[in-house]
Write a protein of this length. Structure first.
Length: 217
């Protein structure tokens, strides 16, 4: 029988803490949330690996280090509303729920969203709203949001999502250029977002988040 509790502690001690993530709410959440319950059954044994977990069709569960460092840079507080775009089977939303007032989890795959809802309920997490919709559309009816995080690669952040961030709010995106990407934290002021580079990471670009092709004649 696999000792997931030990693997969870090792994940935090060998992947998260060495990446200079020391905020207690993040460490506590990642030690508490049972990641193995938020991945496909066939991949539970790989739940705590230090790499992106492939869900197929260009979707992944971001590696623990990447998620932890994104959350560290966002510095979410317990009075904030967070939109988690591309929440898949709910792991990221479960972690964020431990530090935010509420989370709106946006997932376009209805079967993954249903599994996320079940796993969240079993974990006793009741401050996550599951919203099924195309990822690039977000969930404007529940916003605007203090914080946005995108669980996958992007080449651009759609205007429809930018509009759902509060003035003064912030967003974390993994911008991909070729095989190498960088996580940037954006700060919204008025109608514009200013970005700063946080750290390097990688993930497939999500459908609806690629730049439009430019044809040259």
């Amino acid at each position: 029988m696999i000792d997931f509790a030990t693997r969870r502690t090792m994940m935090v001690d060998t992947q998260v803490r060495p990446s200079d993530v020391t905020k207690f709410p993040i460490i506590d959440a990642m030690l508490t949330v049972q990641r193995e319950n938020f991945v496909p059954a066939a991949q539970r044994e790989a739940a705590y690996m230090g790499e992106n977990l492939n869900l197929g069709d260009g979707r992944v569960v971001l590696e623990p280090r990447t998620l932890a460092k994104m959350l560290d840079a966002l510095d979410i507080s317990n009075d904030e509303l967070v939109i988690d775009v591309g929440s898949a089977m709910g792991y990221s939303s479960a972690v964020i729920a431990h530090m935010a007032e509420a989370v709106v989890a946006v997932e376009e795959d209805s079967s993954m969203a249903a599994e996320a809802q079940e796993a969240l309920a079993e974990a006793g997490i009741d401050n996550v709203i599951q919203h099924v919709a195309p990822l690039h559309e977000g969930a404007s009816q529940h916003g605007p949001y203090d914080v946005m995080i995108v669980q996958g690669g992007v080449q651009q952040l759609p205007a429809s999502l930018q509009d759902q961030i509060k003035d003064g709010g912030r967003v974390a995106c993994l911008f991909m250029e070729g095989a190498l990407g960088e996580v940037r934290i954006g700060y919204k002021r008025g109608d514009s977002i200013s970005w700063r580079m946080a750290f390097n990471a990688g993930a497939p670009v999500l459908h609806g988040f690629a730049k439009a092709a430019v044809f040259e004649f």
